[in-house]
Design a protein. Structure first.
Length: 495
C-alpha cells in the first residue's frame, strides 16, 4: 500500500503530471479549433463585405514577337488601376483585369503601323475606360449587362468636350466628330541610337478662352498654325545624383540627403529653374546656382542641395518592409504646357527612362540598418481644378497641370539585426512560460505568477519598440507577434 506521506519528487508528482497531459492536449486542441474557426469566419466575413469587382478585359500581345510591347502596356495599365483601386475603385467596386493574349497575331505587316510609346498609350486607354465606367454608373449585375454596355458606350460617345474630358499623359482625352482622338505633336532626334525629346515642343491649346492669345504670342509662348494655337513647350533635361544619404528617422518621418541637381533647357530666361522642393525642411534658392553655362547650345544650371526631407512612411509590415524616400521638385509658376521636366537619361547613365543604373555605394555607407535597393528617377505632375473666377469656365472642369520631377530611393530595413535584438528577450520569456507548464500542482502559485510577470515584461518591451514609431492608426506586423504571445501566455497562466 503506498505511503500517503510520500515526499515531493516521488511517484505522486509524476502521476499528477501524467494526469495533466490529457488536459493540456485537450486545451491545445480547443485552442487550435477556435483559432481555425475565427480565421475562417474572418475570411468569410471579409469576402462577403467587399463589393463585387468590375472586370475589364485587356487584349494584347503577351506572347510572340510583340510580347515586349504588350507586357509594357499591361504594366502601365496595372499601375493606373492600382491607383484607381487605392482611391476606392468605381463607386466602391474594385477594378480587375481579365487578360486575353492575341499571341502577336496582329503584326506590323498586317497593320502597317510601327509600335511605339506603348506604355503611355495603354495608360491613356485605361484612363478613358475607367472614366467611362465611372460616368455610366453601371449596375454591375448579370441581368443588366447589356444595359451597362450601352451606358458605357454612351459615356464614351459623350467625351467630345476637351474642357470636360479626362486628362491623360499628353492632355485631354476626347473624341472628334470623326471618332478619332486628337494627339499632340511631338518632335525629337536620335542620339546614340536613342530617340530623345527635342528641347522645344508644340502643345495644342485645348481651351483658348482663358488666355490672352495676342499677349502670349508676343511673348513667344504661343504660336498659331492655321486656325489652331499651340503652346511652345520647353523641355528641361533634369537629373538628380545622390551623393549622401543618412539618418532615416522613421518616428519623425524624415531623412537627410545631399545631391546634385542639374537642368539643361532652351530659351533666354530662367523660368524653368523656378522650382521648389515641397518636402525640404528649409528653403531652396534657385536664383543662386553653383554653376552656370551653356552646354550643347542649351542653358546649364547646377545646384548642390542638402538638408532634411520629410516623408510619410508605411509601417504596416514593420520591421519587414521597404520605404520610398522621395526627392521631389515642382514648378508652381508655369504650367506643364509651357515647361515640362524630363529625365536626362544620358546624364544619369540610365539603362532606360525609369531605372537608374548609378547606385554610388559610397553615398549610402552611413545608412544604419538600411539597404538601398534601387534609385529610380521619374516624371511627375500635379494639378489643381479651379474656375479661377471666370464665368466661361463655370461649367467646365478647368484643370491646370504643373510639371514636376522626382527621384525615388528604395530602401529596405535590415530586419534580421532588428529581430535578433528584439526577439531574443521575447524568445527567452516564451521558454520560461513553456517550462511552467510542467510545474506540479504543488507549485501552482509559480505557474500563475511567472506567466503574469512574463506578460508584463513583454508589454514593457512592446512599449519600448512602439516608442521607435510615430503615432499610428493601425497595427504593425511585429505587434501581432506580441499579441499572440499575450494570448498564449494568458492561457498558460489559467489553472
Amino acid at each position: 500500500m503506498p505511503d500517503s506521506t510520500s515526499a515531493p519528487g516521488d511517484a505522486l508528482p509524476v502521476d499528477i503530471r501524467a494526469g495533466d497531459r490529457p488536459r493540456r492536449r485537450r486545451l491545445a486542441s480547443v485552442l487550435v479549433a477556435v483559432a481555425a474557426l475565427v480565421g475562417a469566419g474572418t475570411v468569410a466575413w471579409y469576402r462577403l463585405s467587399q463589393p463585387s469587382p468590375i472586370v475589364v478585359a485587356f487584349a494584347n500581345s503577351l506572347s510572340g514577337p510583340l510580347a515586349p510591347f504588350g507586357k509594357e502596356a499591361l504594366t502601365a495599365t496595372r499601375i493606373y488601376l492600382a491607383e484607381v483601386n487605392s482611391r476606392g475603385g468605381i463607386d466602391g467596386h474594385p477594378v480587375q483585369l481579365k487578360l486575353y493574349d492575341d499571341q502577336s497575331s496582329v503584326d506590323r505587316e498586317r497593320t502597317g503601323e510601327r509600335a511605339g510609346w506603348i506604355g503611355a498609350a495603354a495608360e491613356d486607354a485605361a484612363r478613358v475606360t475607367i472614366e467611362a465606367l465611372r460616368r455610366a454608373h453601371i449596375h454591375d449585375t448579370p441581368a443588366k449587362r447589356a444595359v451597362d454596355r450601352q451606358k458605357v458606350r454612351a459615356a464614351l460617345s459623350a467625351m467630345t468636350d476637351p474642357a470636360k474630358a479626362p486628362v491623360g499623359i499628353n492632355g485631354p482625352l476626347y473624341f472628334t466628330a470623326e471618332r478619332s482622338m486628337p494627339r499632340p505633336i511631338r518632335f525629337g532626334f536620335f542620339y546614340k541610337d536613342r530617340f530623345i525629346s527635342a528641347p522645344l515642343q508644340l502643345v495644342r491649346v485645348e481651351n483658348p478662352n482663358p488666355i490672352d492669345a495676342v499677349h502670349e504670342t508676343d511673348l513667344g509662348h504661343v504660336v498659331q498654325i492655321g486656325n489652331v494655337l499651340y503652346w511652345v513647350q520647353r523641355v528641361v533635361y533634369t537629373g538628380i545624383d545622390v551623393t549622401h544619404l543618412s539618418d532615416v528617422d522613421v518616428r519623425n518621418g524624415t531623412f537627410q540627403a545631399q545631391f546634385y541637381l542639374w537642368m539643361r533647357y532652351a530659351g533666354t530666361d530662367n523660368l524653368p529653374t523656378n522650382v521648389e522642393f515641397p518636402d525640404l525642411k528649409g528653403s531652396f534658392d534657385p536664383a543662386h546656382p553653383d554653376e552656370t553655362g551653356i552646354e550643347d547650345r542649351l542653358n546649364y544650371r547646377l545646384y548642390r542641395v542638402q538638408g532634411t526631407f520629410k516623408d510619410s512612411y508605411d509601417l504596416h509590415d514593420f520591421p519587414f518592409y521597404q520605404q520610398h524616400l522621395l526627392l521631389r521638385l515642382q514648378n508652381r509658376q508655369q504650367p506643364r504646357e509651357q515647361i515640362a521636366y524630363v529625365i536626362d537619361t544620358f546624364g544619369l547613365h540610365t539603362r532606360d527612362a525609369g531605372i537608374s543604373a548609378r547606385q554610388n555605394s559610397a553615398a549610402f555607407r552611413d545608412l544604419q540598418l538600411w539597404h538601398v535597393q534601387a534609385v529610380r528617377p521619374f516624371i511627375e505632375a500635379f494639378s489643381i481644378s479651379s474656375t479661377i473666377g471666370k464665368p466661361e469656365l463655370f461649367d467646365t472642369a478647368n484643370r491646370i497641370e504643373y510639371g514636376a520631377y522626382a527621384t525615388d530611393i528604395i530602401v529596405s530595413r535590415n530586419a534580421l539585426a532588428f529581430m535578433v535584438k528584439t526577439m531574443i528577450p521575447l524568445f527567452l520569456l516564451t521558454v520560461v512560460v513553456f517550462v511552467t507548464m510542467f510545474f506540479p500542482h504543488t507549485l501552482g502559485k509559480e505557474r500563475t505568477t511567472i506567466p503574469v510577470t512574463a506578460i508584463l515584461t513583454s508589454a514593457v518591451l512592446l512599449i519600448s519598440i512602439g516608442n521607435q514609431l510615430p503615432p499610428l492608426g493601425y497595427t504593425v506586423t511585429l505587434e501581432y507577434v506580441f499579441y499572440v504571445f499575450f494570448a498564449l501566455t494568458s492561457k498558460t497562466s489559467t489553472p
